[in-house]
Design a protein around this ligand. Structure first.
Ligand code: SF4
Ligand code: SF4
Length: 236
């Protein structure tokens, strides 16, 4: 399939959101370090726009490397979300319980990991960036996130989804495998062929911010709102 990547406001906005997220997270005492990569599994999620961003920002050599790594890894069992973050917010507003989902790190490591180093680190999706811990996960067997950091990551997940409203959300590797095909063009727009295990991105129905964090996240939310408005996609 021929697809010409257009100069895309949304991709630039996504890059700005990533930079804002990394800055916001720098305020927390995370223990994450180079080559600490137990969180790099095949279960990461992403939006279609994030896949387009990766392809747009990497050169042909790096894109070929991704293809080789995906082919080598083959199809493994992966986490496939039943709903998006904004879908979860909608379900909460309607008083519905979230569906039970399966997610197991033992299903495998991310094939883009090389000797404990991410081969696409500067352009990795938000689903990777949000995996942080104040104690090394290997010591405790789990990630420890301060409550405020959890709120902030959720807000960023909501905005990144909103930016790609109408697009797709799913397992990062599933989406990468379909990048630049009839199912997901090089601008991250889904085609007629649905990628199995993906769901539709939604606009933000309401931000999931606990009352105690409203004041602490106000500036961040205003900045994110301004970024989204710049992209001509008004918040609902
Ligand atoms: S989230 Fe855990 S495994 Fe991942 S880099 Fe941080 S401490 Fe290491
Ligand atoms: S893309 Fe990079 S950061 Fe994300 S899971 Fe894979 S190796 Fe880890």
């Amino acid at each position: 399939m021929t697809c010409i990547a257009k100069s895309n406001h949304a991709m630039n906005t996504l890059g700005e959101i990533y930079a804002m997220f990394d800055t916001a997270m720098a305020a927390f005492p995370f223990a994450c370090a180079k080559q600490c990569a137990d969180c790099c599994t095949c279960n990461v999620t992403a939006t279609g726009l994030e896949i387009a961003y990766i392809h747009d920002r990497l050169d042909g050599f790096a894109r070929d490397d991704i293809r080789v790594r995906l082919d080598r890894a083959g199809q493994t069992r992966r986490y496939r979300p039943f709903q998006t973050t904004n879908g979860f917010a909608l379900a909460c507003m309607a008083g519905r319980d979230a569906d039970e989902e399966e997610n197991d790190p033992s299903w495998g490591i991310c094939p883009l990991l090389d000797n404990g180093i991410c081969t696409i680190y500067p352009v990795r999706p938000l689903g990777c960036r949000v995996m942080m811990s104040t104690t090394p996960c290997r010591q405790t067997g789990q990630a420890d996130m301060p409550f405020l950091a959890l709120t902030i990551t959720t807000v960023f997940m909501q905005f990144v989804e909103h930016l790609d409203a109408g697009g797709v959300y799913g397992n990062f590797l599933d989406l990468l495998e379909h990048a630049g095909t009839d199912a997901l063009d090089c601008n991250g727009v889904p085609g007629r062929d649905k990628i199995p295990g993906t769901v539709k991105n939604l606009k933000i129905p309401a931000l999931m911010i606990p009352p105690g964090h409203v004041g602490k996240t106000r500036n961040l939310v205003q900045s994110l709102g301004a970024l989204i408005r710049k992209n001509d996609r008004p918040l609902t």
